[in-house]
Design a protein around this ligand. Sequence first.
Ligand code: NAP
Length: 248
Amino acid sequence: MLLEGKIAIVTGASRGIGKEIAKSFIAQGATVAFTYISSPEEAKAVEEELTAKGGTARGFWSDAAKFDDAENLVKSVLQAFGTIDVLVNNAGITDDTLLMRMSEDQWDRVVDVNLKSCFNLTKAVLRTMLKARSGSIINISSVVGVQGNAGQANYSASKAGILGFTKSVALELGSRSIRCNAIAPGFIETEMTEKLDPATVQGWRDTIPLKRGGTPEDVANACVFLASDMSSYVTGQTLNVCGGMITA
Ligand code: NAP
């Protein structure tokens, strides 16, 4: 029970990695407020799954890209649960194409959902964490943010931006015992990758030193560590959860 008594917000937890983070947090004793935007039915099912064994969780419709939505979300979470100890900025999208074909809209939406969301949510929880003089903020970046990727200029720029934001927040708020770290997942196998050509996916696995794709649980475990007091002397860092894909 590494997160006993902690209240956490996880953005984008109707599926994929966010859902697994929410599940792991509940298993470790946290109360979880999670968000979604286009999947109300999936969100309801996640809420039911998380609360089935006596856990406390609630889903909130909230667009992470919108400043006012983040403010309203935090107000609702404070009303429901009283405080916020952990924030996981997980909501993210891709809209891949070569730069030559990329529209301004494709750039703006990806940067807003992936990067501006971190600003929106972090600003919104700040007053509460400052008052408590404690808190852990975890931003989900990507190995693509560390090393770039052809066809993902918008996505990799947003994920690299998260790393700069994370380090700056850690430096600004360290003296108040608020920690801020990033996780950079590599190739994580989700329902989405199940639809891809198996030979292509196997080719990706073969290039990874640990010879397998990551699981959402692999990322969730790293989140539990960074959310918990086990990492109380860790801030401003990027934890690559990528099977050794990158070693820098
Ligand atoms: P996913 O399966 O596509 O799930 C994305 C989640 O974000 C969904 O719950 C979605 O909600 C939510 N979301 C999307 N836009 C949102 C918005 N504007 N406001 C609030 N919620 C929003 O993605 P994933 O693969 O689990 O990825 C999760 C995070 O890990 C992302 O930041 C991604 O960039 C990062 N990551 C993933 C991988 C990978 O291999 N999967 C690798 C590196 C990094 P709805 O269902 O309601 O739309």
